[in-house]
Design a protein around this ligand. Structure first.
Ligand code: NAP
Length: 271
């Protein structure tokens, strides 16, 4: 990436700041080329001290950047878009919206210009370059997708999907972080009951979860073929696993994901 180019993150909250940290560590953009905005700018002193450009002026951030990442909550989106629409230049800017449920057509309509727009759905592991980010544009050949992919490839893994699947992607990948974290916490609670201190149990459970996920990502094998390798006939693993299934383990995860997807679908009904 041209180090003279700048990115503006409009909405320095949980995910906006995670993106800022990820981009800084990836060295794709130095902090002085990253604008972060929010209304309560006093909350961003830590980032100001690190050299990021902090401002409450969204228009200023847009005017001084080429890539605009919109990271406000759905209910804050329209006001923000109205605020920046005059400063947006269709020949200079690429807008990347990570706002759950907000469609490309709707964003374009409010901006009132034919600016390239990409929808992105990262997760908070972006702060440590381990995000699963889904991307979509109006067509899969949009050149703006290339720019967005370069940014998000530097902070994790990316997949280009149809726009209609962006809401389901929110449930599986963005909410998914919480689902897997809760699974690790549950495993650690089991670990405490069988004899480990809390900090030991969380570390052991988290590293085991990391190992399981890495087996799938690195070898591209199917989860069940890895399960087969650790379940011997009449063995201890299959007994524990079946006990979890009798209590609805897989079913709970599936129902949680479908419930989150249904709720995400209702977030933005204005198109
Ligand atoms: N959290 C996740 O894991 C995640 C993952 C993927 C996508 N998302 C999406 O990302 C968006 C943000 O989520 P979040 O969890 O980061 O929410 P959040 O922590 O509430 O962050 C939103 C930020 O936007 C700022 N803001 C609000 N209005 C603004 C304006 N007019 N100009 C500039 N900044 C403004 C708020 O700060 P002030 O009140 O100080 O302005 C706040 O810091 C949501 O649409 C969500 O669907 C979240």
């Amino acid at each position: 990436m041209d180090s003279k180019k700048s990115v503006a993150i409009l909405g320095g909250g949980n995910i906006g700041l995670a993106i800022a940290k990820g981009l800084e560590t990836s060295r794709l953009y130095p902090p002085e080329n990253i604008y972060i905005t929010r209304r309560h700018v006093d909350q961003l002193d830590e980032f100001k001290d690190k050299g990021f450009k902090i401002t409450g002026d969204n228009e200023l951030a847009v005017k001084n950047s080429e890539v605009i990442i919109i990271a406000v909550q759905p209910k804050q989106l329209e006001e923000l878009l109205a605020e920046i629409s005059d400063a947006v230049n269709k020949d200079k800017h690429i807008l990347i919206s990570i706002v759950s449920g907000a469609g490309i057509k709707m964003i374009k309509k409010i901006i009132g210009k034919n600016v390239p727009i990409v929808r992105a759905m990262p997760n908070t592991a972006i702060a440590i370059q381990e995000s699963m980010t889904c991307l979509s544009a109006e067509t899969k050949t949009d050149s703006s997708l290339k720019v967005a992919r370069k940014i998000f490839d530097s902070v994790g893994k990316t997949m280009i999907i149809d726009e209609e699947l962006m809401v389901p992607a929110t449930a599986l990948c963005a909410c998914g972080i919480a689902f897997f974290l809760r699974a690790v916490r549950a495993a650690s609670q089991g670990g405490i009951e069988i004899g480990f201190h809390s900090d030991e149990a969380i570390f052991m459970a988290a590293q085991t979860a990391l190992g399981a996920a890495s087996l799938l990502v690195k070898t591209k094998s199917h989860p069940e073929s890895e399960v087969d390798k650790v379940t011997t006939p009449r063995g201890i693993t299959i007994s524990g696993l079946n006990q979890m299934e009798h209590n609805g383990f897989s079913s709970a995860m599936i129902k949680g994901i479908t419930t989150s997807a249904e709720k995400a679908q209702l977030l933005y009904k204005k198109e």
